[in-house]
Design a protein around this ligand. Structure first.
Ligand SMILES: [Zn+2]
Ligand SMILES: [Zn+2]
Length: 157
């Protein structure tokens, strides 16, 4: 079999997604080995997910602040930090629920509510610090993916 990018070059690997034949050079370009089409498709999906994370956070935060001001009668200068704090709690919760720790801990009912209350207050506390970092990391990743996309399309990567 020949490499899909280099006519005459023997294939030594395959795209992990679509199975197209790749030569050693092409197979070593990306990790895991992917053809250009699959790489761009994969990274586009990641970008969409990252952008929606950031957008949803911003939208939910604005809605919360508006609700606090209009329905709750909370002054705007108190609503903004409160809204950020509540949205931050969600990101704090995510940070505490990473995939390396078991999600479901079986505890007696009372123990479980204490555990979740503790986790919630911890999430709220760290959220305000976690959220800006998580947002920034996502924006950096989106930038890197777009840079790689340009390089792949212009043949520089
Ligand atoms: Zn492929
Ligand atoms: Zn090749």
């Amino acid at each position: 079999m020949e490499c899909i990018n280099h006519a005459g070059k023997m294939a030594s690997g395959t795209c992990q997604s679509c199975g197209k034949a790749l030569c050693t050079e092409c197979a070593n370009r990306f990790s895991p080995p992917l053809c250009e089409g699959c790489l761009l498709k994969n990274n586009n999906n990641v970008t969409t997910k990252l952008i929606s994370d950031v957008a949803i956070t911003v939208i939910v935060c604005i809605i919360l602040i508006m609700l606090l001001v209009m329905k709750g009668g909370v002054p705007i200068n108190e609503s903004i930090p409160l809204g950020l704090f509540l949205v931050g709690g969600w990101w704090g919760w995510q940070a505490l629920s990473d995939d390396t720790t078991p999600h479901i801990i079986i505890l007696p009912t009372q123990g479980a509510s204490v555990f979740y209350l503790f986790k919630l207050s911890l999430a709220m506390t760290i959220g305000i610090f976690v959220m800006p970092v998580v947002m920034l990391l996502r924006i950096i990743k989106i930038y890197q993916i777009n840079k790689l996309k340009r390089e792949v399309l212009t043949g520089k990567a």
